[in-house]
Design a protein around this ligand. Structure first.
Ligand code: AMP
Length: 477
């Protein structure tokens, strides 16, 4: 199957050829023709499946081949849960739409509104936004959603997890009734289905594969080990196997910092990325990691969620995630785009329940390897997991951090696309100029404010914040 067989126009084919894509991914092969037919879509797809292009390519094609309902007003709206994902999607829109005369704008909280207002005033075809800040603009009448032809809800499950449902409903009420709606979600909870039922009109369902499909391409192993010996085991595994590029997941920011320091001391170059790190620190760490200047990047789940590192060979779960689906997200960082990957989990006795949940989700056991010298001590009794809220439901993630600092920046698309940056793109609005810090856990799940950046400053009240104030990385709420 080729992209041209999907009916995409020459300008788009040129842009994706420049990206080096030779064939559509399964989600693209299924979704693109349906979107081009104008159908509403309910798509099960995770990061790493090529889902962004699956909605962006046909969206651009549709906009490029019909007249706008009104001049200058956004014709397509893509809502994302976090500012980083918004930036990433907007970058994709610019890259894929490079040869089309369409303008994009990016709107998210935590930074000044003025450049965004300027971009919106200049006229926008594709608006990529986080919900809270978009509503701020609507409230100030700097965004007008009355001419939206296509709506995309990206990572809808994460938006609901983060408590955006009310904002989403408010936004939906502002959109024309007659529109095409595409809902992308990694999982389909009852809440997502309820949202879809109210929004989608005779939708087509697209499910590329079971939601643990990413896991199928990845060699997965569990090393049972005592908690106190995990670090030494990791050092040994890295040394024995000469792993040069390893993404290591910890459950907490503090754990990420400590582990990175200890690895560094053991002669393994490592850095930590998480929501408390400034954007510049995260970008630097990621760039160094990609260039193999760093062997190990230690990350928390939220920090790593959107990381796009080509053919990352190894992922290590230093600690298992609290939510089984996050295991699948984590190991999806390796074995991407058809490449085989390698995922290792260091599992102590406290985590046996988490492991069982993961195996239940995968519908199969994971291979266990006990490394001589690291045999777990059978006398050690399980203890409750620090920060691990095993009793929590899916919608109640531990509030570790809210700045989803994947620091992907411009690394996603490897070619230079500098021209595109000026196309209605709010300059200086890339994420992480200010990094959100953890808010206290709320019973109903994490505050949305951190991700969306509302409520940090005058911005929430609609005043143009002073971006300079936000430049330093970390701010405490
Ligand atoms: P996504 O799931 O949208 O986050 O995309 C994951 C990665 O796959 C990104 O780096 C894309 O640039 C890349 N990608 C998307 N579509 C294709 C394709 N058809 N062939 C190769 N890489 C792709």
């Amino acid at each position: 199957m080729s992209f041209s067989a999907l009916g995409l126009r020459a300008e788009i084919l040129r842009a994706i050829a420049a990206e080096g894509y030779t064939a559509p991914t399964p989600i693209q092969a299924q979704a693109i023709p349906l979107v081009l037919q104008g159908r509403d879509l309910m798509a099960a797809a995770q990061t790493g499946t090529g889902k962004t292009a699956a909605f962006t390519l046909p969206l651009l094609q549709l906009l490029g081949s019909r007249p706008a309902r009104a001049r200058g007003k956004p014709r397509a709206l893509v809502l994302t849960p976090t500012r980083e994902l918004a930036a990433q999607v907007e970058e994709s829109v610019r890259v894929y739409g490079h040869y089309l005369p369409l303008k994009t704008a990016l709107v998210f909280g935590g930074v000044g509104m003025a450049p965004q207002i300027k971009a919106l005033k200049a006229g926008v075809d594709v608006l990529v936004a986080t919900p809270g800040r978009l509503l701020d603009h609507v409230g100030q009448k700097t965004a007008d959603l009355s001419a939206v032809e296509i709506l995309v809800l990206d990572e809808a499950d994460r938006m609901l997890d983060m408590g955006f449902i009310h904002d989403i409903r408010k936004i939906l009420a502002l959109l024309p009734k007659q529109k095409q709606s595409l809902l992308f979600s990694a999982t389909f909870s009852d809440d997502i289905r309820a949202l879809a039922a109210g929004l989608l009109n005779d939708p087509q369902s697209v499910e590329v594969a079971p939601r643990n499909a990413a896991a199928d391409q990845v060699r997965q192993r569990v090393y049972p080990v005592d908690k106190a010996r995990k670090r030494d085991l990791l050092i040994q595994l890295i040394g024995d196997h000469q792993w040069h590029q390893v993404l290591v997941f910890t459950r907490t920011k503090h754990g990420a910092n400590t582990l990175a320091e200890k690895l560094d001391k053991a002669g393994i170059s490592a850095a930590a990325i998480h929501g408390n790190k400034s954007q510049s620190a995260r970008t630097r760490a990621l760039a160094d990691f990609k260039r193999l200047k760093l062997n190990v990047l230690v990350a928390t789940d939220i920090a790593a969620r959107g990381l796009d590192i080509d053919q990352l060979p190894h992922v290590v779960n230093f600690e298992l995630p609290n939510v089984p689906e996050d295991y699948v997200h984590r190991i999806g960082r390796t074995g991407r785009a058809g490449a085989s990957g390698d995922a290792v989990s260091l599992v102590c006795v406290d985590e046996h329940g988490l492991l069982r949940d993961i195996e239940r989700l995968l519908k199969r056991p994971i291979e266990k390897i006990v490394l001589p010298g690291f045999e777990p001590d059978p006398r050690i009794r399980p203890e409750p997991i620090e920060n691990g809220k095993r009793s929590q439901g899916r919608g109640q993630r531990p509030a570790q951090e809210y700045g989803k600092g994947h620091a992907k920046g411009h690394g996603r698309h490897n070619k230079g696309h500098s021209q595109g940056h000026t196309q209605g793109h709010a300059q200086g609005q890339h994420p992480g100029r200010k990094t959100a810090k953890a808010a206290p856990p709320r019973p109903g799940g994490p505050s949305r404010r951190g991700a969306d950046g509302r409520g940090h400053s005058g911005n929430a009240a609609g005043n143009p914040g002073n971006p300079a104030r936000h430049h330093s990385g970390t701010r405490h709420r």
